[in-house]
Write a protein that binds this ligand. Structure first.
Ligand SMILES: N[C@@H](CCC(=O)N[C@@H](CS)C(=O)NCC(=O)O)C(=O)O
Length: 239
């Protein structure tokens, strides 16, 4: 069977911005696997009723169901080890180290992105989902979206969070070395999320073309025939 990837949609069906779903999309592309992409709303999770998950991505294929972006990486490596560009994660040591990248990305870097684009994100979300998203996320932030969205605070977080990435990318083209793999997709999920929902750059008013992180972002945008670069952005689709 063709793999089926369940993912979040926004106010327009072409708006697919979930950072976790992007990780799965990129991992499928890495394996050279085409998937059927099935949209879901926060407030209508019936498309994933068949499994025990309340979040997307969910991947279903001939080998079973994987219900989390990181588990999707492991599932794809287990069942398609040699496909496409090969392993996403690698051996047990690589997986242990990748866990650090995942935690750093989700608990440090993502907060900066979220504070940068929170209001644009809310506007990109489907109208039926906005109340649910606002209520559930404000409970998490401990403040209203209007306060959480703070470009200055966001840039402060991102400036620090980007330092280790810049240090790494000054010496190698991708997080995973000479070619992209799981670490790159874990991190890039948040770059493409912010890029799709907002025109505000995570790098500030002007981007430095000599910055190794900007260069990496461009390389990631170009992967798989420009898959990320071609993704429709909220600013291109009328409200
Ligand atoms: N740990 C999960 C997180 C997935 C996640 O939080 N997905 C969001 C969409 S970006 C979701 O489905 N949320 C459902 C909800 O908040 O009700 C993964 O990496 O796949």
């Amino acid at each position: 069977m063709t793999p089926v990837l369940h993912e979040l949609r926004g106010r327009d069906d072409r708006l697919r911005f979930s950072p976790f779903c992007w990780r799965a999309r990129l991992a499928l592309a890495h394996k050279g696997l085409a998937a059927e992409l099935v949209p879901m709303l926060f407030t209508d999770k019936s498309p994933i009723d068949f499994c025990d998950s309340s979040t997307v991505p969910v991947l279903k294929d001939a080998h079973g169901v994987a219900m989390d972006s990181y588990d999707i990486f492991k599932h794809l490596d287990a069942h398609y080890p040699d496909s496409g560009d090969g392993l996403l994660i690698g051996d047990a040591h690589a997986e242990a180290r990748l866990n650090f990248v995942k935690v750093y990305t989700e608990q440090v870097m993502a907060v900066g992105f979220f504070r940068l684009v929170a209001l644009d994100l809310l506007a990109a979300i489907h109208p039926d989902d906005r109340e649910y998203f606002r209520t559930s996320r404000e409970a998490r932030f401990g403040m209203p979206f209007e306060e959480f969205n703070n470009v200055e605070a966001a840039r402060g977080i991102l400036d620090s969070a980007f330092k280790p990435l810049r240090g790494l990318l000054a010496n190698q083209p991708f997080m995973d070395g000479d070619a992209p793999a799981a670490a790159d997709y874990l991190v890039f999920g948040f770059f493409i999320w912010a890029h799709i929902v907002s025109d505000t750059s995570p790098f500030g008013e002007t981007e430095d073309a000599g910055d190794p992180l900007v260069q990496w972002r461009e390389r990631m945008m170009d992967l798989f025939d420009g898959m990320a670069r071609k993704a429709p952005r909220a600013s291109e689709i009328p409200q």
